[in-house]
Design a protein around this ligand. Sequence first.
Ligand SMILES: Nc1ncnc2c1ncn2[C@@H]1O[C@H](COP(=O)(O)OP(=O)(O)O)[C@@H](O)[C@H]1O
Ligand SMILES: [Mg+2]
Length: 323
Amino acid sequence: MPSSMIRIEGLTKHYGPTQAVKGLTFEVPKGQVVGFLGPNGAGKSTTMRILAGSLNPTGGRAFVGDLDVVENPVAARKLIGYLPESNPLYDEMMVLDYLRFVADVRDVPKDLRAARIKSAAERCGLTGVVSKDINQLSRGYRQRVGLAAAILHEPDLLILDEPTAGLDPNQIVEIRHLIKELGKEKTVILSTHILSEVQSTCSRVLIINEGRLVADDTPERLTARSEGGGAVNVVVAHRHGGALDAATIKAALSAMAGVSGVDDAEGEGSGTLGFRVRHGAEDIRRTLFETAVKHDLTLLEVHRTQVSLEETFRKLTDTRRAA
Ligand SMILES: Nc1ncnc2c1ncn2[C@@H]1O[C@H](COP(=O)(O)OP(=O)(O)O)[C@@H](O)[C@H]1O
Ligand SMILES: [Mg+2]
């Protein structure tokens, strides 16, 4: 048996002229709970739909276990529980009837159906509402029904597309808890555009932007990457009132030891320039003063700030900045 549950190799998807996925490659080992993170339009749903066998790729390959999802769609789908983005349910149906219907579609053996439905309903906290019509349920409960439906055939892999989208904070906590429980025995890939979403649930984060992978790390390391470092906002003026050359100053700041990047920031009016200097764990202020002196600059302001995890995410996914 292969040790990876998901293997995606050079995956591409074009919708006419739109290139939604542009050569995605990654692997997810068995048992991992992975957050698939990216801004709207990044290609998350497209990738997940391909993986779930509901959309054909333009190029590349996707495997679930050792099964190519295009070549072995039926066998692959048996391993997969999929909660699509819109979670389409049959509104007019009673919860219990819907779960029976899904068990039927999913070929759950007849003699196991009642037990599987009971167990899925219990795990997803649906016992009290099985006799209600789906259209009477809150959005949180509808997501629970979607999750129950996804686990009825006891798949090894859960593909959950924005499972907490549109839920209120209490419902989010409940669904996260449920996903965490399911993650104890299954491989899970869940998508979200909210960074904090993955911190409590996932052991690994894949970040995609415009159809490409831009980060693959643990939530802890992503946090450390940003919290271990910081940024210094500086405003400079020429020491003798001379002209300032932004490009030269930016290059000098960028060349300082420990600096990971320099962005333009607000100055304080004419004759001044502002920069935001991002750095790692070390304190760069001393070097900053030395650099200023060397370039005949006066530091009008030096202000240290933290780089948030949100900022790291924005940096990774902000294509206007990308070279
Ligand atoms: N059925 C479709 N037809 C045409 N373009 C699509 C279709 N589905 C998605 N797209 C486009 O593909 C890109 C990726 O979309 P999607 O995979 O839904 O991203 P995400 O789930 O990360 O928000 C977007 O530019 C989107 O507009
Ligand atoms: Mg989506």
